[in-house]
Write a protein that binds this ligand. Structure first.
Ligand code: ADP
Ligand code: MG
Length: 245
């Protein structure tokens, strides 16, 4: 079944200052949309508002998944609706392991939790993560690359409808970047994952191939286009786009 994540006229403030001035995005199942833009453009704010991170004030507009409002939901309810919220430091919260969390998520989604451990093992192998790391009591011991692989493993096991990945490439070496990007790319075909990938760099997009590239500058999407837009940014920088924003 095809789904749609739709952001319409989204305006949001942080610390009393309007950062997003009306964002429109429509992502369908299986599509990869990249949002690129200079530092301070509002990329992380966009990701945080859609995921329901506390501290962001929505001033206007809507975010819906298959027509159902997400903005009025708690983050966990958004996850149940099909949005992936990266659980970056799961074991820091209450000492619960990632396998337990994923089993609980499967249970609340009405799926068989007993299938989760095998799925975790298979995904760990696939993404090049030592499964023993997942049994560590403290996720804080994971390296940057291991954390991102772990997050991607969770995504693959959870099979959400949509994922918003904010700078999933930051701090990754080329091997980890490739493993993560390829796994996400495969998910778009395997279970129709729709992706909003936020990134500074073209490099990620060589593996995670975007259908649409959006340039965000000063809280507005100043232009959208195909993958060639990411290549143009690589050559020209953001200055040309930012000037119009
Ligand atoms: P990007 O991810 O594109 O680099 P951000 O969304 O992180 O940009 O930030 C957009 C703007 O919002 C910046 O001017 C930043 O200083 C401001 N901002 C972000 N978070 C906060 C915060 N918690 N308090 C105050 N200002 C913030
Ligand atoms: Mg950011």
């Amino acid at each position: 079944m095809s789904s749609v994540l739709e952001i319409k006229g989204l305006r949001a403030a942080v610390a009393g200052k309007e950062i997003l001035h009306g964002i429109d995005l429509r992502i369908a199942s299986g599509e990869v949309h990249a949002v690129m833009g200079p530092n301070g453009a509002g990329k992380s704010t966009l990701s945080s508002v859609v995921m329901g991170k506390p501290g962001y004030e929505v001033l206007g507009g809507t975010v819906t998944l298959d027509g159902a409002d997400l903005l009025s939901l708690e983050p966990w309810e958004r996850a149940q609706a099909g949005l992936f919220l990266g659980m970056q430091y799961p074991t820091e919260v209450g000492g619960v392991g990632v396998v337990d969390l994923l089993m609980e998520a499967a249970r609340s989604a009405g799926r068989d939790p007993s299938a989760v451990p095998a799925a975790v093992a298979a995904e760990a192998e696939r993404i090049g993560l030592d499964v023993k790391l997942l049994l560590r009591s403290l996720n804080v011991d994971l390296s940057g690359g291991e954390k991102k692989r772990n997050e991607t493993l969770q995504l693959a096991v959870l099979r959400p409808k949509f994922a918003i990945l904010d700078e999933i490439d930051s701090g990754l070496d080329i091997d980890a970047l490739r493993a993560v990007a390829q796994r996400v790319e495969a998910a778009t075909e395997e279970f129709g994952l729709g992706v909003l990938a936020i990134t500074h760099y073209h490099r990620l997009l060589e593996e995670l191939r975007p259908d649409v590239v959006h340039i965000l500058a000063r809280g507005v999407i100043v232009t959208s286009g195909g993958p060639e837009l990411a290549e143009q940014v690589e050559v020209d920088g953001y200055a040309a786009f930012a000037a119009t924003g």
